[in-house]
Write a protein that binds this ligand. Structure first.
Ligand SMILES: Cc1cc2nc3c(=O)[nH]c(=O)nc-3n(C[C@H](O)[C@H](O)[C@H](O)COP(=O)(O)O)c2cc1C
Length: 184
């Protein structure tokens, strides 16, 4: 089993990283983590080359992500909430899934993707659930681009200003539930 992970926090040892590490410890098979803040991956610039070509014209770290996505079984997106949305850098990387949109819309091709299941980890400083719901709606569009239909309910670790992820018992138990869903 292969899992592609998009990691959207700039903090390598923050709340999101803590929960993601826990998920990966419980996950079968292998994985590839895309550290959106620290890797050399540009946003889509709508150059529209992918309306005519199989390949995204931007030759950067995303090329190996496309290759891994084509062999993956799962897609996991782990991100803090920034302004009630996934972080900007996470969305920059996700914008490159426009390649798959163009294949479907402009070229009449079904993308060469095998991802069946999706999982989401969201962290937020406030305890308000509204932002998490908005972010999850946005991420559903991303999963659609990657052709993923079976998406688990998100693991939401809210209120990190007061209770860090490492002390959030319910978030930790939700992580185990997500691992079971992906492993099944
Ligand atoms: C620019 C910025 C915007 C944020 N916006 C929100 C928000 O809209 N809702 C929320 O609950 N927390 C918000 N936060 C708090 C983070 O989501 C929270 O601290 C989270 O636990 C950080 O995760 P990390 O340690 O993995 O980076 C924001 C933080 C920053 C830096």
């Amino acid at each position: 089993m292969k899992t592609l992970v998009l990691f959207g926090s700039p903090r390598r040892a923050g709340d999101t990283a803590f929960l993601l590490d826990m998920l990966l410890e419980n996950l079968d098979g292998e994985y590839m983590i895309v550290d959106c803040y620290h890797e050399n991956i540009s946003p889509c610039v709508d150059c529209r080359a992918c309306r005519k070509s199989d390949r995204c014209a931007i030759n950067d770290g995303m090329q190996k992500v496309y290759e891994y996505a084509e062999r993956s079984d799962n897609l996991v997106i782990a991100t803090p909430l920034y302004f009630s949305q996934p972080t900007g850098r996470l969305l920059d990387v996700c914008s490159r899934a426009q390649l798959y949109f163009s294949q479907r819309r402009f070229r009449g091709i079904t993308p060469n993707l095998s991802i069946r299941k999706g999982g989401v980890i969201l962290t937020g400083g406030s305890g308000d659930t509204t932002g998490a719901l908005k972010a999850f709606e946005t991420l559903k569009d991303v999963f659609l681009m990657f052709g993923v239909k079976d998406i688990a309910l998100p693991v939401c670790c809210l209120g990190t200003d007061k209770t860090p992820a490492a002390e959030n018992i319910s978030a930790k138990s939700e992580i185990k539930r997500l691992a079971e869903f992906l492993n099944a």
